[in-house]
Design a protein around this ligand. Structure first.
Ligand SMILES: NC(=O)c1ccc[n+]([C@@H]2O[C@H](COP(=O)([O-])OP(=O)(O)OC[C@H]3O[C@@H](n4cnc5c(N)ncnc54)[C@H](O)[C@@H]3O)[C@@H](O)[C@H]2O)c1
Length: 393
């Protein structure tokens, strides 16, 4: 049975623990988690999921000493992105197979440092670009393979979050550029990755321009936290979720970064919540990706215009279509209603396990992670400067 260590016992780390144990027949032997206030908080979700035999460490080096690379098959880095470089550096130095969550880093320097650490690295390294692994986006890629409808001329992509989902990005560590590298890097680096993936191998990104700002809850209403606020009907009220920490059965808010439970009206969040990014590619084509953090019509959709046809669809409905103008024939593809990652979470973990077994490299590589983060940072640079930003890798 394949065995793994998870670093970061938060929402993603615990979700991947369940995927490994319950969907893929693997064993998570240890979780490394530095959150102090409730040492027992991880056990509650693990108990709920009926997962046993996981040792919890609060120190990475001790965990890696206890489970060296010849004792486990790999490690998953599932901590917030501002911690990725330090953790990745230590794990690489010890020669593990590594799964690194997206976005890979929050700064240009860190992204490039992670990129150079894997030059010649002989083990499997996979980036958590889960959307590449959903049946929906795989079908788009299949339809584009070999360019049966000619060159890709323009790509239009959208992501709209619900109010409940979007307000998460105004709290906790998610709310600050210093912890995330910005909204597009944190939330949408995999959408930028998809756009580049669709354009491969015909072209690479050469210029980026972006507009966006903070458009919601911009000024204070005189409150500081939801706990002390009496506005029961507030749109942005922070309700405990299944991902909050538990201590002795009680929900405990995550104190690992300030801002949990904050009133978001006029708070210190400095990321955008509505942003459009245009990328020009080396063949003169372009793509535009727009995301809004508060929408009554949540979902991801796309329209891809090729020389002789169009592909369009919605991740939520799981429906895709392609029309070839030359034959006037429309082909339909449906895989049913999709969750927000279109089933990609299980598939991305499955591919990591298979790559370790086969000695192959995954579809989503570190170079893709570097490219996506540098594009997101270039987009924010464009907003700040009001200029088109040149891009090269
Ligand atoms: N691929 C995707 O679609 C996707 C979706 C959501 C989040 N993410 C990414 O996954 C990562 C984790 O996100 P999350 O939502 O689970 O966050 P989270 O805040 O729920 O969990 C992160 C956990 O890491 C712990 N932690 C922080 N520093 C640590 C350290 N040095 N060592 C060990 N543990 C540490 C925190 O205490 C926390 O429990 C982030 O990079 C995030 O951007 C990716």
């Amino acid at each position: 049975m394949r065995q793994f260590v998870i670093i970061g016992g938060g929402a993603r780390g615990l979700y991947f623990t369940e995927i490994l144990e319950q969907e893929l027949g693997c064993k998570v032997v240890a979780i490394v988690e530095t959150y102090k206030p409730g040492e027992s908080f991880i056990e509650h979700p693990l108990d709920d999921a009926k997962i046993e035999g996981v040792t919890i460490f609060d120190d990475l080096s001790r965990a890696l000493d206890a489970y060296p690379p010849d004792a486990v098959d790999g490690v998953f880095i599932m901590t917030p992105e501002w911690t990725h470089t330090a953790i990745f550096t230590e794990v690489v130095s010890r020669d593990y197979n590594i799964f690194l969550e997206k976005p890979i880093a929050t700064t240009r320097e860190d992204a490039l440092a992670i990129g150079s650490l894997v030059n010649g690295y002989p083990h499997v390294v996979q980036i958590g670009f889960v959307l590449r692994y959903s049946g929906f986006y795989r079908q788009v890629k299949n339809w584009l393979e070999g360019r049966p409808m000619g060159r890709v001329v323009m790509i239009q992509m959208n992501e709209r979050l619900t109010v409940q989902h979007g307000m998460k990005f105004k709290r906790s560590w998610h709310r600050m550029v210093q912890y995330t590298g910005g909204y597009i890097n944190e939330k949408c680096s995999h959408d930028l990755d998809l756009m580049c993936w669709f354009k491969e191998p015909e072209a690479t990104p050469v210029r980026v321009v972006s507009l966006g700002n903070r458009g919601y809850a911009t000024s204070s209403v005189g409150e500081t936290t939801c706990a002390t606020c009496t506005r029961a009907d507030c749109l942005y009220r922070d309700e405990p979720s299944s991902y909050d920490k538990y201590v002795d059965g009680e929900v405990l808010l995550d104190q690992t970064a300030k801002g949990v439970g904050q009133c978001i009206y006029g708070n210190d969040s400095d990321i955008t919540d509505n942003q459009s990014v245009m990328i020009q590619f080396s063949d003169g084509s372009h793509g535009v990706f727009s995301s809004i953090a508060m929408s009554g019509v949540p979902g991801r959709d796309l329209v891809i215009h090729c020389e002789y046809g169009t592909i369009w669809g919605s991740l939520e409905t799981g429906e895709l279509h392609q029309l070839d103008y030359r034959t006037n024939v429309t082909e339909d593809f449906a895989i049913g209603g999709m969750n927000m990652h279109g089933g990609g979470d299980v598939q991305v973990v499955r591919e990591f396990v298979e790559c370790i077994a086969d000695g192959t490299q995954p579809s989503a590589r570190v170079s893709d992670g570097v490219r996506a983060t540098l594009l997101a940072l270039a987009a924010d640079e464009s907003i700040a400067s009001g200029e088109v930003v040149g891009f090269s890798l």
